[in-house]
Design a protein around this ligand. Structure first.
Ligand code: FBP
Length: 559
């Protein structure tokens, strides 16, 4: 019996590329410091909360001819939050850098996410373990989790675990919430003179952990290519059978970077962008009218088929829902703590909720189908986020578009057929074999994370920039986590958090969609990207995303 597929065997052998500044080896590096930094907003509060780690400079690395090895060190690593292709390569890069700096050094992997460091559950990595996971998708090497790391007790237990293992550095691989925790842990470790450094690595397929210093989070490249392949296949199917409308919800909890990227790669008939919905204050009815109008126009041209991309987080951006969900979050937190409430049955629960919300929010909640009402009451994730992956917006929209088209039929404005299929693409892309881009980027991020530790830094995010050019020209360095922070309301309280990067409506990526979507709605300009290629010509194996290409081209144009 085969134990590995041919692709698995070949991918294990792939040697990820490093930026030239790191390729000279971990022992031949020098660090260049930039000027002091400020956070994005709420400087007073952030400065006070991060008195020891605030305002540090951005740094970059250069190769030097002077060789300097390191004393033996023990480092721990955590995978945190949702899976993203390339996580194993971050660990491989970190491991290789650590062992190159001193073969006696040890890397420990905390199991099951941040809870691993709190509860002292870990493994020690060996060459054998690392070699079995090089260039593979998934986080199964040590598992992941969404435990928040923020209380004094959790920090105390983490300290004990680190001290028992002789750990002097922790790398947290995560998204905005997990890196917020990394910043809190870094600050606490410095404040308590523990000598333990904390470095973050930017992970999330959502692509919303980015700023001037972080061009993209890892996993976005592979996940969007995976979804684009699937959407391309569905476009072909729709264009062949010519009988279905496909409503596809795409992952990306808040921002619509995934939907936007996939739209540019495939050119579907409808692409909803949450940020635009919010900016234009579009109601659910207006969104439905917009979609029904395109369905009717295509039907008038004899096309009773098409494809619509719906962002996972849409519901939270529709103004009437945004307010209702925010108040519902606060209400659910209160009801959870107040055990005087018991519910006879589900409809009793809905009634209590409706009676406790203000009139406007109550009306919005009451107007929803039971399925969506139930889904909105599901547990929040540990960071207080609604689990939008469980809210079937695609079904809600199909139901509402069907109803609107029935009305239009009566008004003589629609004379076609509307038969819809729904899909949700999210988990399909989070553990794919990392593309060459993600394999290289992740390995570099991990390698670079150790370089930041080597130079004694803490409270930094590993940063590798200049990503639209060949890997050898990438720029490796670090950016202080506090630089990305502001204060936001979570679980009813204002907390320091890393600001999410939403789609910029005046940015080049959205502008590209805006300039083309009318044409794509009616004329069929579908593109079929096919599957990710790992071996073959560079023009198909090493291409990155349209998002990165357009954003970096715009940056260059303004220089
Ligand atoms: P991260 O922000 O932790 O990377 O996770 C993002 C995400 O993939 C979202 O796109 C999605 O809404 C969510 O995870 C799903 O979470 P879960 O894996 O807990 O179902």
């Amino acid at each position: 019996m085969k134990e590995l597929s041919s692709l698995q065997i070949e991918r294990l052998k792939y040697q990820p590329k490093l930026p030239a500044s790191l390729a000279g080896g971990i022992n031949n590096l020098s660090m260049v410091e930039g000027s002091k930094t400020e956070c994005v907003k709420d400087a007073e509060q952030i400065k006070e909360l991060f008195a020891n780690t605030y305002g540090k400079p951005v740094v970059t690395f250069k190769t030097t001819s002077t060789t300097e090895s390191c004393a033996k060190r023990n480092i721990g690593v955590i995978l945190s939050g949702g899976q993203a292709p390339g996580g194993h390569n971050v660990i491989a890069g970190l491991y290789d850098a650590l062992k190159q700096s001193n073969p006696e050094s040890k890397l420990y992997g905390f199991l099951g996410g941040p809870s691993g460091i709190i509860e002292g559950k870990y493994i020690e990595f060996t060459d054998e373990i690392i070699d079995a996971y090089r260039n593979t998708g998934g986080f199964d090497i040590i598992g992941s989790g969404r435990t928040k790391l923020e209380t004094e007790e959790q920090f105390q237990s983490s300290l004990k675990v680190c001290q028992n293992l002789g750990i002097t550095g922790v790398v947290i691989i995560g998204g905005d919430d997990s890196n917020t925790n990394a910043a809190l842990l870094a600050e606490w470790f410095v404040k308590n003179n523990t000598g333990i450094q904390v470095i973050g690595c930017p992970k999330t397929i959502d692509g919303d952990l980015k700023n001037d210093q972080i061009e993209i989070s890892f996993g976005f490249d592979t996940a969007t290519k995976t979804y684009a392949e699937l959407i391309g296949n569905i476009l072909r199917d729709a264009n062949s059978a010519k009988k279905y409308w496909h409503f596809v919800k795409l992952m990306g909890r808040s921002a619509t970077h995934v939907g936007l990227e996939v739209a540019l790669q495939t050119q579907p008939n409808i692409t909803l962008i949450s940020e635009e919905v919010e900016e234009k204050k579009m109601s659910l009815k207006q969104i439905v009218d917009y979609m029904a109008d395109i369905v009717a126009k295509r039907a008038a041209n004899g096309k009773n088929f098409g494809i619509a991309l719906i962002p996972e987080g849409l519901i939270e951006f529709i103004p009437e829902f945004k307010s209702m969900i925010a108040n519902l979050n606060d209400l659910l937190a209160v009801l959870e703590d107040d055990n005087t409430y018991t519910y006879a049955d589900e409809s009793d629960k809905f009634e209590i909720i409706e009676s406790k919300l203000n009139a406007q929010d109550s009306a919005v909640y009451a107007s929803l189908p039971v399925l969506i009402k139930q889904q909105l009451l599901m547990d929040r994730d540990p960071h207080g986020n609604v689990q939008v992956s469980k809210i079937e917006t695609e079904k809600l929209l199909i139901e509402m578009v069907t109803a609107r088209l029935a009305e239009m039929k009566k008004e003589g404005k629609f004379d076609g057929k509307f038969s819809a299929q729904c899909h949700f693409f999210g988990y399909e892309g989070r553990c794919a074999f990392p593309s060459n881009f993600d394999a290289d980027y992740c390995y570099s991020l991990g390698y670079n994370a150790f370089a930041l530790m080597k130079f004694g830094l803490t409270g930094y995010l590993s940063s590798v920039k200049n990503l639209s050019v060949p890997a050898s020209e990438w720029v490796a360095g670090g950016v202080p986590l506090t630089m990305m922070m502001n204060m936001e309301k979570r679980h009813g309280e204002f907390k320091p958090v890393i600001k999410k990067a939403l789609v910029e409506l005046d940015g080049p990526v959205f502008k590209m969609l805006e300039a083309n979507r009318e044409k794509w709605a009616l004329e069929d300009k579908y593109i079929f990207p096919g599957s990710i290629q790992y071996f073959g010509p560079s023009c198909v194996c090493d291409i990155t995303t349209e998002t990165l290409r357009l954003e970096n081209a715009a940056k260059l144009a303004t220089v």
